[in-house]
Design a protein around this ligand. Structure first.
Ligand code: DX5
Ligand code: ZN
Length: 218
């Protein structure tokens, strides 16, 4: 019922227990589950691929939000669609043909997201606006959980909100979202907040309850 959706990132979850972790965060009020795919090339870290996404899909009742930090990306889109992603987000910086990439995502019948690194502008969004269901503003550089929120991105969120206006396009924030930074991006016009390390700080037998408290606090 809250207007801001929280999308916990399983990058900070227990990699040996993704199924249980997904069920726990949904039971504790997560709106979406954010799934970070990294290739050790576009992003300086490696996570997992479509087989893992397919394996965790039955443990997620709601939206499976797949963030592809990979390049090239086009050859893998169909695999993530088949794995059960609801939203597939590709990076503006992943190659020279982002328009084609977003068309390919839309052609699978899935929602298409456009992620934008902290060092990139939003000028291209206007040229892609008919192809996107979500813009993900990166408030850290891709690669790792637990990095510090980059405050210069808040103005970008505000500009993006004025470009998007009332169109049904989500503005998602990814990186460094905490109790302190969430209100800043919400006020600037964001409506989906990814949160990794701020949610998965339980680490004990009462972890699910801790997740719930953390989600509620954000
Ligand atoms: C960073 C990932 C994020 C990350 C966020 O490359 O895309 O989704 O998990 O983690 P926190 O919330 O800890 O900054
Ligand atoms: Zn992410």
């Amino acid at each position: 019922s809250r207007s801001i959706k929280i999308a916990p990132s399983i990058l900070s979850a227990d990699f040996a227990n993704f199924g249980a972790e997904c069920r726990a965060i949904e039971a504790q009020g997560a709106d979406w589950v954010h799934v970070d795919v990294m290739d050790g090339h576009f992003a300086p870290n490696l996570t997992f691929g479509p087989a893992t996404c397919k394996a965790i899909r039955p443990h997620i009742k709601g939206v499976m939000d797949v963030h592809l930090m990979i390049a090239p990306v086009d050859a893998y889109i169909e695999a993530y669609a088949a794995a059960g992603a609801d939203v597939i987000t590709a990076h503006l910086e992943s190659g020279p043909h982002i328009h084609r990439t977003l068309q390919a995502i839309r052609n699978t019948g899935k929602k298409a997201g456009l992620a934008i690194n902290p060092g990139s502008g939003i000028e291209q969004v206007a040229h892609l606006i008919d192809l996107i269901d979500l813009v993900c503003v990166m408030t850290v550089n891709p690669g790792f959980g637990g990095q510090k929120f980059i405050h210069s991105q808040v103005d970008k969120v505000r500009s993006l909100r004025s470009v998007i206006g009332a169109r049904p396009i989500h503005i998602e924030i990814d990186g460094g979202v905490t109790v302190e930074t969430a209100p800043l991006v919400a006020a600037a016009g964001a409506d989906v907040l990814v949160a990794g390390s701020a949610v998965f700080t339980g680490g004990s037998v009462d972890a699910p309850e801790a997740y719930g408290r953390n989600i509620a606090a954000i």
